[in-house]
Ligand binder design. Structure first.
Ligand code: JF5
Length: 258
């Protein structure tokens, strides 16, 4: 018997070809062809009954734009009976992050509903979906790009999607630190040289230098990430000192005020 996919995601959209095409490319495409992931893309017009197969209508109360209507969306989702939770992409939803990607990968199946137009009839949010999810504080023309962000971030956490050489074990947001700088050939490019330690062959020293650089970058660029993992350990301070990395500056906001 062939193994079942280790992740199933159903995506409901008015642009199924666009979502499907992205999911057929690169890392996702390979995982799909190898049946490690099962991404099923459904056309929201699938169950639209009128001759124009319309999915939107004008807002009650007036105002600009159109609203995604309940009948075709309920009908499409109920016809498929997709895996739960069904999550609606929306700028007002719970902010998607790496910990949510991990939760969804562990859950092994879920569905995404892509809103479009000026909004979604509230009865969809209230009575059809299980939650709302946002990929960031900006407004898109539709949920498709957000759905693709989520499918890709979740799928690459599933065993067998990434090769051994591209494992996600020590990357940013898994370690809680920003990644260390990477270099490839040539060792010198336009007078800019690869740090000597990386060419030294001393694997222990390379690992300590990478940690010191990750800590330096996180302190400089994302002090919020450092605070979230509880600041620096004594061992981390020692590694920073070994490579002359300065300790974090005092935080002017850490005086008890919120
Ligand atoms: C959408 C009405 C949904 O714009 C977004 C979005 C932004 N961050 N996360 C998702 O979703 C599309 C547009 C209009 C509902």
């Amino acid at each position: 018997m062939t193994d079942p996919a280790r992740l199933r995601v159903d995506v409901f959209t008015i642009f199924p070809e666009v979502v499907d095409a992205y999911c057929d490319a690169s890392v996702l495409g390979r995982a799909r062809r190898e049946a490690v992931i099962d991404v099923r893309v459904h056309d929201l017009r699938l169950a639209a009954r009128d001759p124009h197969r319309s999915v939107d209508d004008a807002p009650f109360g007036g105002g600009a734009g159109m609203v995604l209507a309940p009948e075709p969306v309920f009908a499409a989702v109920e016809q498929i009976d997709p895996p739960r939770p069904v999550l609606l992409l929306s700028p007002g939803g719970r902010r998607f992050d790496q910990s949510m990607a991990r939760e969804l990968a562990d859950a092994a199946s879920f569905s995404l509903l892509c809103g479009r137009y000026e909004g979604v009839d509230q009865r969809i949010a209230d009575h059809l979906v299980d939650g709302e999810v946002s990929v960031g504080d900006y407004v898109l023309a539709g949920g498709e790009l957000g759905a693709l962000v989520i499918v890709e971030a979740v799928a690459r956490l599933v065993p067998g999607v990434l090769g051994n050489d591209e494992s996600c074990a020590d990357e940013s947001f898994t370690t809680g630190l920003i990644e260390y700088p990477q270099y490839t050939r040539p060792a010198s490019f336009r007078g800019w040289d690869v740090p000597e330690v990386l060419r030294s062959g001393d694997h222990g020293k390379v690992a300590r230098w990478r940690l010191a650089e990750s800590l330096r970058r996180t302190i400089e660029r994302r002090p919020d990430l450092l605070a979230a993992r509880g600041g620096l350990t004594e061992a981390e301070r020692k590694v920073m000192a070994e490579f002359g990395v300065l300790p974090p500056p005092p935080d002017p906001m850490s005086d008890g005020t919120v």
